[in-house]
Structures are given as C-alpha cells and as structure tokens.
Design a protein around this ligand. Structure first.
Ligand SMILES: [Mg+2]
Length: 320
C-alpha cells in the first residue's frame, strides 16, 4: 500500500460531516487544506507529539493511542477557552499494518466525532512510531484564557479529579496494585482524558487557565510565573477519585494528585467576587470543579497539608 492509498483508506473521512462542513473548502488529499474561519473569531493553534515508549507504550491498543493523541491536543484548546474546528496529523510508522491502521483510524474517528473536530490533512512517513497532532480552534476576541491573567488573592480551582493517570502509569510499571475495576478506570483516564471544553461556558468568570499535563504543582507554577504571582494549595482539598483513594495510602494519593501528570484536567483562577457565579455556571455547563487554594503576592506554588507546609521531592514531569 502506498502513502496515497493509505491516506485514502484510513484518513479521508475523519470528523463530523467533513464533506458537508461548510467551513472546509478543501480537505485531505490535496497539497493544503483550505478552511474558512468563522467571521469575527480568532484562531487558536496547538501541536503535540506523542512518541512510542515515551508518551505511550508502543504495544498499546492503537485505538487508544489515537484517542489519547487527539484528546491531549484538545485539552490545550480547552485550556485556552477555544472551540475545536480542524486538525492535522503527521504519522510516523515503522511499517504499514492494516489492522493497526484500521484500529488507529477508528480511535481517531471516535474522538473526532465526540469533540466535533475534522481531520483536514497530514503526512505519513516511515520510522519509529510517533504521532503529531496539530489542532486548530476558534475563540471570540477577548475570550481566550491565558496563563498570564492571574492576580493575587484569587481562588484556585481544578476540574475533575487528579492523580488517576499517574496511577495508571504506576500500575503499568507494577508500582501500584489495584483491583481489576480500578485499574481499568485508571487506564481509561490515561488513554481517554476528558478535554474540558465546557470551560468555554464559564470563561468570562476565569482570569487564567492551564491544563494539567505535567502535574498540578508544575502547571500551576506556569500560571504563577506568567502572572507574576504565587499560589498556596491545600493538599487535603485535592479532588481524588474513589478508585485512587481505594488503591493508595492518603499520602501516596496526594503525591500523585499534586505531582503526577497526564490528567489533562484544568486549573483555573477565579476572582473571589466571582465565586458563586463561577460555581453556578460551572455546574450549569457540566464542568466539575473543586476549590483547592488561593493566589498571593509571593512566587511559586506552596503546598499545605492540614495547615503546615509540605514539600514533595518531585513537582512534575520535565521533558529534558
Ligand atoms: Mg497545555
């Protein structure tokens, strides 16, 4: 199978009503994709590469690899308050395996359909397995959520629950034991993170946002640095899933929640005065949020456990 057949067979029709989508002037199969942005909107773009055995096990189910590749990119759009529109895919494969490609394209299709984003182009090449997805979204002028928008004396919220994806990695590395059901839950959280795109509905109440890809302390630290503020989080407030609480000691669970990456939940800063309105809107838009701390005039992220400072030996994933 040559490259053109491969693209035609597996990647020519991924996403919601690609053919009917009026914004798409030209999709997969030409030199470029050509799209028509919505009137008056800005484009938000992000790209992420997932390398086999660095970002996922090479032998993992290709459906799940595809889901994860698209979902982690969608999380970056969510963190900016943007709505998904189009994406491109660069796929490096050791060999053309029809069964692998079929399963991969099914995973891509499932995530694309769920989150309303269309594959408009890409590239395939031979080499060690790696997947690069570039997402394009749209956001209304002035509505984008930035890391730099934080101020002192604001509230720190996090969506969903933390530490589950880190627990999945520990489970895969045999450093954590869990019941079959809990392990299955952790693996779902790792491979199928939920991009919190509902945040668009509450964006006007949010001052700054980041998605938790490297770990809460590390990613909240990015907001602090860009906003020139500090933050204090109360560890006992961190939202932990029942599965995580069942599978670890409290100390272990809090460490995974505070420093483990890959959850792709959102960390949001909200002015004190907007508290009740933010919480009401979040509930209305189906965004589960937990208040975990406050910002201040210092710098960096401080953790408190029952009121006393607590230090972790690691603060999150670093790439180099
Ligand atoms: Mg991010």
């Amino acid at each position: 199978m040559n490259e053109f057949d491969l693209i035609q067979q597996y990647f020519s029709n991924i996403g919601p009503n690609v053919v009917a989508q009026s914004s798409l002037q030209l999709g997969v199969g030409d030199d470029c994709a050509i799209v028509k942005p919505s009137d008056g909107f800005f484009q938000a773009m992000s790209v992420d590469t997932l390398v086999a055995d660095v970002h996922f096990p090479a032998k993992a189910d290709p459906t799940l690899i595809a889901e994860r590749a698209l979902r982690v990119n969608l999380s970056d759009l969510a963190a900016c308050g943007a709505s998904p529109r189009w994406f491109t895919l660069a796929l490096t494969l050791p060999e053309v395996e029809p069964n692998w490609l079929k399963a991969f394209s099914q995973g891509l299709q499932a995530a694309a359909a769920q989150f309303d984003i269309a594959l408009v182009g890409g590239d395939t090449t031979r080499g060690p397995l790696s997947i690069t997805v570039a997402v394009h979204g749209e956001v209304a002028p002035g509505q984008a959520l930035l890391r730099s928008g934080g101020r002192p004396n604001q509230l720190v919220y996090v969506s969903g629950s933390l530490g589950d994806a880190a627990a999945a990695l520990q489970f895969m590395n045999k450093k954590l034991s869990a019941t079959q059901q809990d392990a299955g839950y952790f693996m779902q959280r790792y491979y199928r993170p939920e991009p919190r795109l509902q945040v668009g509905g509450v964006a006007r109440m949010v001052s700054a946002a980041v998605d938790v890809s490297d770990g809460l302390i590390a990613d909240l630290g990015h907001i602090c640095k860009r906003s020139d503020i500090g933050a204090t989080i109360d560890l006992e407030r961190l939202p932990l899933s029942p599965a995580l609480q069942r599978s670890c000691s409290e100390v272990q669970a809090l460490e995974l929640a505070a420093t483990g990456g890959d959850d792709y939940e959102l960390c949001l800063l909200v002015p004190e005065t907007g508290r009740s309105q933010f919480e009401e809107l979040a509930a209305q838009f189906g965004l589960p949020v937990t208040l975990i701390g406050n910002t201040n005039r210092h710098s960096g992220v401080q953790c408190l456990y029952k009121g006393s400072p607590h230090e972790f030996t690691t603060t999150g994933f670093t790439h180099f």
